[in-house]
Design a protein around this ligand. Sequence first.
Ligand SMILES: Cc1cc2nc3c(=O)[nH]c(=O)nc-3n(C[C@H](O)[C@H](O)[C@H](O)COP(=O)(O)OP(=O)(O)OC[C@H]3O[C@@H](n4cnc5c(N)ncnc54)[C@H](O)[C@@H]3O)c2cc1C
Length: 443
Amino acid sequence: MNINKLFDTAIIGGGVAGASLLFTLSRYTDMKNIILFEKYDELAQLNSNPKANSQTLHVGDIETNYTFDKSIKVKKDSSLVANYIYNFNGIDDFGFIRDKMILAVGEKEIKQLKERYEEFLPLYPYLELWDEDFLSEYEPKLMEERKEPIMAIGVRGQITTVDYKKLSESFAQQALDTDKNIQLHYNEEVTMIVENNDGTFTLHTNNSNFNAKTVVVNAGAYSLLFAQSMGYGEAYAILPIGGSFFFTKEKLLNTKVYTMQNPKLPFAAIHADPDCTQSWNTRFGPTAFALPKLERYHRLHLKDLLRALHLGKAVTKVYMNLFKDKTIRRYIFKNFLEEIPVMGKKIFIRDARKIIPSLHVKDIKFAEGYGGMRPQIIDRVNKELLMGEAKIEESGIIFNMTPSPGATTSLAIALKDAHTICKYLGVAFDEEKYHVEIETRQE
Ligand SMILES: Cc1cc2nc3c(=O)[nH]c(=O)nc-3n(C[C@H](O)[C@H](O)[C@H](O)COP(=O)(O)OP(=O)(O)OC[C@H]3O[C@@H](n4cnc5c(N)ncnc54)[C@H](O)[C@@H]3O)c2cc1C
């Protein structure tokens, strides 16, 4: 058996979560040897790919599914990625300053929007209230054939759009540019993690074995499977929720347009996003539907899926509770129908018309090859669906599951893990350098 040298940290998963940790550890700690394993041939092939997500930097200013407290946290966490984009030459490469808005349709939503504006203005002083006169000049498609009154909270001059794959590549390049021993192993799948008697870990891959003093698993839904294979995280199960998109045949909007959240629904309402990899063509979505897969557009591993689902009394109770609610039941059914060819477009268009009322079925096409899987966590003990990220921390090993807005908050999650690992290994973290380069925006 070929046991390679002992790494300080091994990272499993080359999405934006893994890449941001690689960057943070290599640049701001005294660690000398770090290895990252990615089972596909490039970084960010799954949820961190621009085809899989909405490319949004979630700041909490227009996300009406966030409470005030959640917005305070997301604002702080997202600022790390925004600062990185500014300070590491990312503007117009992987981070984009584009306008965005949250659109209220009808008197009831307009009232809520105005209340939200007053409440959130102290936190985001740049928010603007946009009325119909302004909107008909600024985004005329929002007004065409519109019957109900509308109003928006708008944002100009901020980073709103990120290509998280390019961001991951930038993180990896910065790590490789240090004088440390940084190893990136592509096409190398970790198949098993074994904790040794001396507290180190052996990682078995499809090619070899590697030893590490600490391990961080940033492998999407597979993070939980790794944890459970080692006897941790038994309280959790995964509900895999797919998300698909529709493109318009021509570019219709210049602005990201989000819609007001129905507070009863667990997932964010659909929005329209100019796609930074498709000449800013308009992409609507994402939908939200239960899909029996852990990775979109990849082979189904039934055994893994069944292990992740943990179908049993507690999980069934969570499903039943979701189905009990009429609004959620309808929502689940509608989202399922949206995946059916031809019929799907006809159903989806009704939601999309909330943004562009003049939209016709012939104007949109299913975005084939786009979309991802949200590994939503079910807490089997409290029998509830958790909406945010989940972390399992054990001695020397961390497992992260990062549904939305996990790409936005990737550096914040990495910072927390870096502190934990440094403490565990007794290694220094250069707080001052981090503060200057990541917590501060250099003009
Ligand atoms: C439809 C949709 C829209 C979204 N929109 C947004 C958005 O606009 N803004 C936002 O901030 N977030 C958004 N998200 C969430 C965001 O995409 C994720 O939070 C983020 O990409 C998670 O990054 P990750 O690195 O944890 O996971 P991933 O990007 O999925 O990376 C996990 C990596 O681990 C690798 N891996 C798995 N198992 C192994 C193994 N055994 N060995 C080696 N490698 C392995 C995989 O190949 C993969 O590359 C969206 C998600 C979806 C599904």
